[in-house]
Design a protein around this ligand. Sequence first.
Ligand code: ATR
Length: 274
Amino acid sequence: MDLYCVMGNPVAHSKSPWIHARFAELTGQSLHYEKRLIDLDGFETAVRSFAAEGGLGCNVTVPFKFAAAALASGISERATLAQAANTLSFKEGAIWADNTDGVGLVADIEQGAGIDLQGRHLLLIGAGGAAAGVLAALLLTQPAGITVVNRTLSKAVDLVRRHASLALLQKAELSALDLQQLNNQFDVVINASSSSLSGSGVPVAGSVLKPGALAYDMMYGPTAQGFMTWASEHGARARDGLGMLVAQAAESFFIWRGVRPPAQQVLAELRAAR
Ligand code: ATR
């Protein structure tokens, strides 16, 4: 059977095996997808031995997305901009890296939440790996502008610089601010920071939300709850990242299998099962 996996550390709670098994079932594809816990210093060896075992591709999660982009023999433009990859494909001895997180986020906002991002004002909170993975895809929707805000301004500035040509092409204003400089309102506020993991509150004031704005946390489950509650209390529509998780998996599945799985159906099943 065609073999795939997700590599991470930790990886025990990954929903990817379930999601890909369900995609395979619904599209009539024959494959096996498993999770692999990888030693922190053993990622490259694990990838090469998985390919040698006959694996056809793998998803990559925390903390190996940067290493995945770095070891590839070929890399997509979106993964180059992100400097991170979540999808590896093994073909004829070569490793091809891509990043489907951004298209996953955009698909879930546009199709899942029903919001067209074109012409909107977006706020992206955070400038780490999660933010880097989605900025190019957000720019490709031709928003009016994207403000990247981060506790450490220099990281937001670097991220914005790297995406400046794409922003120009898309006629989208792209700027970096630190948390104290933020005083505008936005249609869509995306939390790509990991502040909730450290137990801190939402790093921006509720005044950034236009009435009825979409407030999106790229995490899901209990980790996203603080942001979702904050958003609802400030009159925004709150959405967690479960739809993004399914949509990025759907894009990886498409890269590997050439078939688009029914992501909305699988997301509805996951939500119902919680
Ligand atoms: P990830 O891969 O999840 O993005 P990361 O690369 O470590 O993880 O990035 C974490 C992001 O969350 C960063 O933007 C970080 O801000 P700094 O660049 O200033 O470190 C942000 N972050 C983490 N804890 C935070 C907190 N308590 N308040 C505000 N931002 C926080």
